[in-house]
Write a new protein. Structure first.
Ligand SMILES: Cc1ncc(COP(=O)(O)O)c(C=O)c1O
Length: 427
């Protein structure tokens, strides 16, 4: 598999290099040179396969012969060791529940696959430092995916006080090779620090820097697989009328969905669903890219005003000669998010703010004869405090969270200052 840097198309790397490097020069994102496509008959046959076999086939279509098929299959099996069920919510709408992994969020798929790939492509005595910024769930998924791995040090930055207390407990209580830093700033500030570190060649070399954000191509490729899994679970007659609504922050999940469509998966259209951090909806409306300051919302993992995967979305549309005007979009306020969560609870489905935003826009967009799917990106209990307050009911705590709820936080606290972070990394 060859990938090119979106900021410099002459910089081309193999899949292994892209996994190790994360980003290209000038912080450019890597993008596949070849965009494979399956025949319709292949897709039909794949939809009959089990999740792991099908996912291995999808990933091998992108990765090619860099990893032998049986090795890839083995690693996919290790990574995707939990289900992604589609749960019926109403007559014409279902939720693809991506929160049945160890950290109860969709990031488990990408995080665990990346850990598998990184250990495969790295030399046995190579020291790696994973530096990543999280708006909540990436941190937990990455921490758990890499916890205890030899030769890997994981450093996670997150915005202090802006992630839910239980989210924080999930990844800031591990210790060992997992170090966490609460940054006095928002998620964009954390992301900017990570980017600065990647621009620092000396630092990069000294600590074997790698990122595990959705900018890493291995994570993105892993996420393609669950869109196929969703379609495989739908009745045949719904498959050609499918509209998928994606709760979006950094737009990795939507990019993966579009890559699934590009492979030939029948998805009629996508909805890019955001909260008040609506840079993309405004851009799709008026063609102007004008990020505002990030605002804190109930769906905190989507509080991103400079989504770093957006260049990949644009590149894919350009390469496929799709029209951006075919991408549906919308932004949902906190007030409407709350009302929607209550509406969902009334029809028997307990949801959390991120998924509720996707559901709202799906409901508002869906046309007669279409079938809607929204992504359930996190378990409602990860947002226990707000969900309980909004719905006026108590949520049982899943075991994964209960186990960590009373452990002490092990995080450091830093200002959003690169010099301080650099010193820490070189320690
Ligand atoms: C629960 C949840 N939903 C949605 C998103 C947005 O996903 P993406 O950043 O891929 O757009 C995130 C990202 O962290 C998340 O944690």
């Amino acid at each position: 598999m060859k990938l090119y840097n979106l900021k410099d198309h002459n910089e081309q790397v193999s899949f292994s290099q892209a996994v190790k490097q994360g980003l290209g020069s000038q912080q450019g994102l890597f993008f596949p040179l070849e965009l494979p496509e399956f025949e319709l008959t292949d897709i039909d046959a794949m939809l009959e396969m089990d999740f792991v076999s099908r996912s291995s086939k999808i990933l091998s279509a992108y990765i090619g012969d860099e990893i032998a098929a049986h090795q890839l299959a083995e690693r996919v099996k290790n990574a995707f060791a939990f289900p992604a069920p589609v749960t019926q919510v109403s007559n014409d709408v279902a939720c693809l529940e991506l929160f049945h992994g160890p950290t109860l969020a969709f990031k488990d798929f990408g995080g665990r696959f990346m850990a598998q790939m990184l250990s495969y492509v790295s030399g046995a005595d190579e020291q790696i430092t994973i530096l990543t910024a999280t708006s909540g769930d990436t941190g937990a998924a990455v921490a758990h995916a890499f916890y205890g791995m030899e030769n890997v040090r994981v450093v996670i930055l997150y915005p202090q006080g802006k992630i839910s207390p239980l989210q924080e407990k999930l990844f800031c209580t591990l210790g060992g090779n997992i170090e966490t830093i609460a940054i006095d700033g928002d998620f964009d500030a954390c992301q900017a620090l990570v980017k600065q570190a990647f621009d620092d060649e000396e630092l990069k070399r000294a600590i074997g820097l790698n990122s595990a954000n959705s900018i890493n191509i291995s994570r993105l490729l892993a996420q393609i697989c669950y869109y196929f899994e969703a379609v495989a679970q739908l009745p045949q007659e719904k498959r050609n009328q499918l509209v998928v609504s994606v709760p979006s922050g950094n737009f990795g999940d939507l990019t993966a969905g579009l890559l699934a469509k590009s492979l030939g998966l029948p998805i009629k259209r996508f909805i890019a669903a955001t909260n008040a951090n609506d840079t993309v909806p405004r851009f799709l409306g008026n063609g102007e890219w004008q990020p505002n300051a990030t605002v804190a919302t109930l769906s905190n993992a989507m509080d991103v005003s400079q989504p770093n995967n957006w260049p990949r979305v644009e590149e894919l549309f350009r390469r496929k000669t799709w029209r951006l005007t075919d991408l549906a979009y919308g932004a949902v306020s906190d007030e409407t998010t709350k009302l929607t969560m209550r509406e969902l609870a009334e029809i028997g489905y307990i949801s959390e703010p991120h998924a509720a935003i996707a559901y709202r826009l799906l409901r508002d967009n869906l046309q007669e004869g279409e079938y809607g799917l929204f992504l359930g990106t996190a378990h409602p209990a990860k947002f226990k405090e707000s969900v309980e307050e909004i719905l006026g009911q108590t949520l049982p705590l899943p075991q994964e969270l209960a186990d960590r709820a009373d452990l002490p936080l092990l995080s450091h606290s830093f200002k959003a200052d690169f010099a301080e972070l650099r010193k820490f990394l070189l320690k």
